[in-house]
Ligand binder design. Sequence first.
Ligand code: HEM
Length: 493
Amino acid sequence: MEFNFLLSSLFLFATPLFLWLLAQKYITSVKNLPPGPRPWPIIGNMHQMAKNPHIVAANFAKKYGPLISLRLGTRLLVVASSPEAAKEILKTQDRHLSGRSIPDALQQSFIDYYFVWARDCNEHWKSCRTLCRAELFSAKAIEGQSNLRNEKLAHMLDFLNDTQGNVVKIEELIFATLINTLSNILFSKDFLDLKDDVAAHRLKFGLFKILENSVTPNVSDFFPIVGGLDLQGLRKDSLNHLDELSSFSEALVKERRARIANNTVLVDHQKDFLDQLLENNFTTAQINILVLELCIAGTDTVVTTIEWAMAELLKNKSIMNKVQEELKRELQSKSIMNSDLSKLTYFNACIKETLRLHPVVPVLIPRRAIESCEVMNYKIPQNAQVWVNVWAISHDPKVWEDPNTFKPERFIGSNVDFTGHDFEFIPFGGGRRMCPGLPSGVKSLQTMLASLILEYDWFLPNNEDPAKLDMTEKFGVTLQREKPLEVIFKRKE
Ligand code: HEM
């Protein structure tokens, strides 16, 4: 027994050491890597990147330049922190750098069906993207969703009217509204009841845990040879959540298949995304994963951005007054739901400024070099992981004047937009892996935020002074508020 324990301890210690020596030999043999801080034996720069890696990498960029390399165990990580470096990665070398590193926690048997995490831009990824663009995110699709969006927005406002004076957790309210909008677009069904916060919490927690597991520092990622052991249990935990969450869609897919087979589709049923997926021969397993990924990618990003926008507007009273005036003046008695909110200059500048100051995906979703290539005259070897540090670019005083201040005015009269062509402002990424959900995400941000601003006055619980609101960030795939925002809504006269 003791001998076995000794042997396995020796194995656990010796394997990373051996691998590190091998990796060290390989990495040092690669000539002309981007510069970076000296790595420690075995762990490399892991200890330096443990907390707020987006800020740590931004500070390294000040010392070593806009393209740096770091070592995380046996892995090589390259981080770009300037618009020029981002442009080379997302445009010039987009094809070579379009792979994804799938975190060990998400290495599951259905790996070939991933969309967001698809390792390469393979055939399945292409068909997901083409179908989603046509059926979910095109101008025609967004227009077609407007009644449904209006209905879900109205439910949210009814809920707020009924609970006036209570403390509302913004993330839960927005999450439930978004999930129901999405689940109706996908399946013509509500996943949640706004009043049932237990179910909302369960669903949100499951999605959150999958995201959290994917960025938790994991020995298996740094030393892939021990990946199969799942020493931290993250793979197992993610699989449990994935299984539980898949049950939400699995039953609906089964029911629809049966209805189609028996010719008993409801008379008033309008074609939804599930019908499109079935017509395109997606299997149930492929549908489950696609739905899950859309729910993960399409809720947390919007929820977090709305929270940051509200926190900034609470903190900056004069900006809030200007937005309110613009909304009242331009919309007059027209309903928000039937108005073209993209014409509201100051309001949209506030949304852009929120996405600049609090880029919700701070280092984009990590990419992987599918082939080795050159960026800024440095070598990026095959399989290196690549981050584009959007947070660093957004906070760089060489790129933005007074970068730490919330100043929507900087976007007035400026053509800079988040469509992936202005590399100083890329909250949705760029190139072939750019966010396909941008039109849907922006529409949700505009309608929800405008309704909350126009219909209610906002107060913080316990008469807290908004000027002193804590704005500490918490790093993850999404850059959330460390303290979730809670607000008391009072309907305007
Ligand atoms: C405020 C809203 C949103 C922001 C800021 C945002 C941001 C991003 C970013 C930065 C990426 C990675 C891009 C890259 O690697 O270059 C991404 C990917 C993705 N987003 Fe979004 N997103 C938002 C909303 C949405 C919505 C509403 C959906 C769908 C319902 C969505 C679906 C996706 C998908 C499927 C991907 C993966 C694309 C791929 O790998 O090919 N996103 N998003």
